[in-house]
Design a protein around this ligand. Structure first.
Ligand code: ADP
Length: 228
């Protein structure tokens, strides 16, 4: 059995210490909706971006922190020849067996949280005006309740999601449908949104909406003066 760290994935003690000191934006949306595109644009405008999806990929890349624990728990057959997590194989397993998903999350969630906190503190200390947390399953997990000053949901039609993900990830329609089924519905997600970023068109249509959101986040008042 793997000796997974016994930390509560919902523990936000170090993140809540940032609350009120720097505006915190939660950014979510279904697969292929455009979260990365939006967070890249906000990052270009000066926001501090913490992408939990990127962190999840990094810890499951060759030599990633989760790899020894995954090998111990699931066996070397769940690693590809480069030593990274075999995502396709693991995806099939966790869709079949909910308990396997739980075991995987017990390994990955504490590591993702640890790195999220580290990056958030670093970006805050570096003087970023606000922080953006990109969290694909923000609505589904319930782990982030109450942390954010503002929640933005990137939204587009299911057809657009499928088209983008087919092009980007080379997944089959069936694989994408399965992922979509496991995610919150559009309606559930939109019900949590303070800002909805419709992302059906091109970048020229999206950019002004991102600038508006950026201005909104700069306008949030914090309890403490910044270090200046
Ligand atoms: P997510 O992070 O939500 O999975 P991405 O930001 O990676 O989604 O977007 C999925 C794909 O669609 C990417 O290849 C991205 O370049 C493209 N895309 C997203 N939004 C737009 C847009 N407004 N215009 C053109 N391409 C876009």
């Amino acid at each position: 059995m793997a000796s997974t760290p016994h930390q509560n994935p919902t523990d936000q003690s170090d993140l809540t210490s940032l609350k009120g000191r720097i505006p915190l934006l939660g950014l979510t949306g279904g697969i292929g909706s455009g979260k990365t595109t939006v967070s890249d644009l906000l990052g270009q405008l000066g926001a501090g971006v913490i992408d939990t999806d990127l962190i999840a990929h990094q810890i499951t890349a060759p030599s990633g922190k989760a790899i020894p624990l995954i090998r111990e728990q699931f066996g070397a057959e769940f690693l590809d020849p480069s030593g990274a997590l075999d995502r396709g194989k693991m995806r099939s397993l966790v869709f079949e067996k909910p308990e396997a998903r739980k075991s995987l999350e017990q390994i990955t969630h504490p590591l993702i949280r640890q790195e999220t906190i580290r990056q958030a503190l670093e970006l805050s200390q570096a003087g970023r005006p606000y922080l953006v947390f990109v969290i694909p399953l923000l609505v589904e997990s319930g782990n982030w309740q109450g942390l954010f000053d503002h929640i933005a949901v990137v939204d587009c039609s299911k057809d657009t999601q499928i088209k983008r993900v087919m092009e980007r990830n080379k997944l089959t329609l069936e694989e994408i449908e399965k992922i979509l089924e496991a995610q919150a519905s559009r309606a559930e997600r939109l019900s949590q949104a303070n800002t909805i970023l419709h992302n059906e068109g091109g970048l020229a249509e999206l950019k002004p909406k991102i600038q508006d959101l950026h201005k909104k986040m700069l306008g949030f008042r914090t309890n403490q003066p910044t270090s200046s």
